[in-house]
Design a protein around this ligand. Structure first.
Ligand code: AR6
Length: 188
């Protein structure tokens, strides 16, 4: 099966990159957070380290207002010292075998981020591979949910977005997404 690094959906470019999302200069980057919004390991730790304390401060204010953030939901804060102006924090599902609504929760996390970016009239957004690290979602299955959800949103929902990237940290994850993108492109 081939690999594809970019497709165009309507007027939006959807691209795959291998690298560190904290370096991405899109208007927003997405954080794979947990319900506490108080930071953690993986991409969450990297974003708070690179972005500085302003991000955590805003997360605290959000939690004091709305409480914990359920899986499948998203909120937006400043990007602090990051090249990205905003961070969109979402919570993916913990993988528990696939029979606990994980796919629907993962799809919801992607949709909520895209909707929030559109509400803020953002033109560019970068996603990490939500749930496939600490939360153990199998990467091929996560890639299928992630790409089909993003493609359907960009196809069906009016949006300010012009560019959406997946920034994938390791080559195995990158290959899983590019193989899945080739399949999705073939079906379009
Ligand atoms: N840039 C892009 N991707 C990254 C980076 C980075 N700098 N660092 C790691 N990844 P994970 P989850 C990849 O564990 O599974 C945290 O503790 C990583 O290789 O960050 O949703 C939170 O606080 C993997 O492919 O997120 C939560 O408690 C992907 O990002 C929990 O982990 C997601 O891995 C969330 O777990």
């Amino acid at each position: 099966m081939g690999e594809v690094a970019e497709i165009i959906i309507g007027k939006v470019n959807l691209g795959l990159l291998e690298g560190d999302i904290t370096r991405q200069a899109t208007e927003a980057i997405v954080n794979a957070a947990n319900s506490s919004l108080m930071g953690g390991g993986g991409v969450d730790g990297a974003i708070h380290r690179a972005g500085g304390p302003a991000i955590l401060e805003e997360c605290r204010q959000i939690v004091s207002r709305i409480g914990r953030l359920d899986a499948g939901k998203a909120v937006i804060t400043t990007g602090g010292n990051l090249p990205a102006k905003h961070v969109i924090h979402t919570v993916g599902p913990v993988w528990r075998g696939g029979g606990r609504g994980e796919a629907e929760l993962l799809a919801s996390a992607y949709r909520e981020c895209l909707q929030l970016a559109s509400d803020y009239k953002l033109k560019s957004l970068s996603f990490p591979s939500i749930s496939t690290g600490v939360y153990s979602y199998p990467v091929a299955e996560a890639a299928k949910v992630a790409l089909s959800t993003v493609i359907a949103f960009l196809r069906d929902v009016p949006t300010s977005l012009k560019e959406v990237f997946f920034v994938l940290y390791d080559s195995g994850t990158y290959r899983a997404y590019s193989a899945m993108l080739a399949e999705s492109a073939g079906q379009m």
